[in-house]
Ligand binder design. Sequence first.
Ligand code: PLP
Length: 414
Amino acid sequence: MPGGVNSPVRAFGSVDRQPIFIAKGNGSKICDIDGNEYIDYVCSWGALILGHSHPAVVKAVQAAAKKGTSFGAPTIAETALCEMICGAFDSIDKLRLVSSGTEAVMTAVRLAHAFTGRDYILKMSGCYHGHSDSMLVSAGSGSAQFSKPLCPGVPKSLSSLTLVADFNDIDSAARAFKKYKKKIAGCIIEPVAANMGVVLPKPGYLRSLRKLCDENKALLVFDEVITGFRLCFGGAQKIFKVRPDLTCLGKIIGGGVPCAAVGGREDIMNMLAPAGAVYQAGTLSGNPLATAAAIATLNIIKDKRFYAGLEEKSQMLHTGLLDAAKKASVPLTINRIGSLLSYFFTKKQVGNFDDAKSANAKLFKAFFAGMLKNGIYLAPSPFEAMFISAAHSKKDIAKTVFAAQNTFKRLEYP
Ligand SMILES: *Cc1c(COP(=O)(O)O)cnc(C)c1O
């Protein structure tokens, strides 16, 4: 395997270490192949909102497997899952199930191009939307709207069709729309950014973006692959009261089995084959194991009290970490919404990608190492979030705060 892994961040490159290999997971804990146990705050990058091997999910997947793991033909479970998701999201009239967030975004972008007949797409710096060509671009130097391939292999002619604006800066998006008048098919954004660390939208920002898209007859696409069922049963769009035209979902909706989705306005979704001419397909889309895990997960988290429980524990962790940092005089800023939290080693507020990048990487590395030694498994990159699951107990949180106190005390910084 190139780099020894099947997805780059797993290689622990940003923390200069060898990754631990996981043998098993249960609830809030994972065990490595040497028998060490860790409290896990990666939780499969947020997919496991119920924690590892939740009994209801395991049971549902086992029962589904017994009946056949894949048919490549319609099943009732797909209908049931789509009904649940459409019911949770006001903006979703119709839905297409796919197997990864990357696919969901690819399809949303293609639909935006097809619906508007325009070739450009606008994204925000620091937002991650999977690894399709059009989304693997970064802001070019100088003007914010120009972009360049994020890596070799993305043709310049493709990356030039993706414009990049600054997150939380409505003026930079407005400049792009002005400069590329009637050329921008849509704007895609993580309504709460969670791939540059967690960055909340400024008050009114998402609403202004909605307005900007409307004025320019462009589509607004919310990539809620992380936020979708993380913040509430209905996503960031419900919390911030902004209705996108298309929504991408993933991670939690598979309950830890590959499953994602793109959904939205009926007139747009009807353009997808076979209803319409925009081609999109998937051999394993709506796979029985995935739909079983998804339905089992959503059935548990649809309970109103579910998110209140997560909030309480997340708040505990938030104040615990802040207090510990303060006591040790470590510069720390925490951004959090519900069970989505990230910490930055800086005194500054973090409102965009540049702010996030300005945090102290050395402190992050040392903190990561210290926490791991104390049995706490954090994301091995400063640009990823901490995910609190329903399986994390108050005792887990207290242990984590205690580990942070110990680690902060030993941190060396200028
Ligand atoms: C993880 C993620 C994706 C990509 O999903 P995959 O299933 O890894 O392809 C897309 N958008 C956001 C916001 C994500 O966090």
